[in-house]
Design a binder for this molecule. Structure first.
Ligand SMILES: CC(C)(COP(=O)(O)OP(=O)(O)OC[C@H]1O[C@@H](n2cnc3c(N)ncnc32)[C@H](O)[C@@H]1OP(=O)(O)O)[C@@H](O)C(=O)NCCC(=O)NCCS
Length: 155
């Protein structure tokens, strides 16, 4: 049976392992890494960052970060709940961990009052993860945000 996938807080205990996660060669252009994401989180408390390590069993395999309750009128992120970053380390891709991590994100959001949709934005073109989100059930809104496509999942 597949190992259960969980989302865990980043602490002194796991930070260096999580910082060591890398996408596969050639994928660096589609997502910023963990270190940059944690810096962005520290610099933007107004975006209510919710960074989490993705674990398969007891092994860190990826990273997700939500903007988890953005106040209306924010000009950087115009949605209350935004999947800001997501990556599965290249060594562990293609095993269902990305889908399971999204399941855990959705379960978290369903506990958040007023969460009706999850929006993300993806680099289009070669190597784009757009297909991954569409396969999960996101719909392509056809809109662009910062030159990225905007998939949306109703919760
Ligand atoms: C995109 C990513 C998160 C997917 O994680 P993963 O663990 O490899 O995906 P899964 O194994 O859970 O795949 C789930 C399904 O999506 C499909 N899928 C995965 N990546 C895909 C892609 N880039 N395009 C189209 N479909 C994709 C899989 O084939 C699988 O389909 P199935 O249900 O028919 O089996 C991961 O590949 C990744 O980190 N990529 C690089 C960084 C990135 O693009 N991050 C997202 C930034 S917005």
């Amino acid at each position: 049976m597949a190992e259960p996938v969980t989302l865990r807080a980043i602490t002194d205990h796991n930070r260096s392992a999580v910082l060591g996660l890398r996408v596969a060669a050639g994928q660096e252009g589609v997502v910023d890494g963990v270190a940059r994401s944690l810096r962005d989180a520290a610099e933007h408390p107004e975006l209510a960052p919710w960074p989490r390590a993705v674990y398969a069993g007891e092994r860190p395999v990826g990273f997700v970060m939500l903007a988890d309750g953005v106040a209306e009128g924010n000009s950087d992120v115009p949605w209350p709940f935004y999947l800001w970053r997501m990556l599965i380390d290249g060594r562990f891709q293609g095993r269902g961990h990305g889908r399971a991590a999204l399941d855990a994100v959705v379960a978290h959001l369903r506990s958040r009052p007023g969460a009706r949709e999850l929006v993300t934005s993806v680099v289009p073109g070669e190597g784009s993860p757009l297909g991954f989100y569409l396969r999960y059930g996101f719909a392509d809104t056809g809109k662009m945000f910062d030159h990225e496509r905007v998939p949306r999942l109703a919760l």
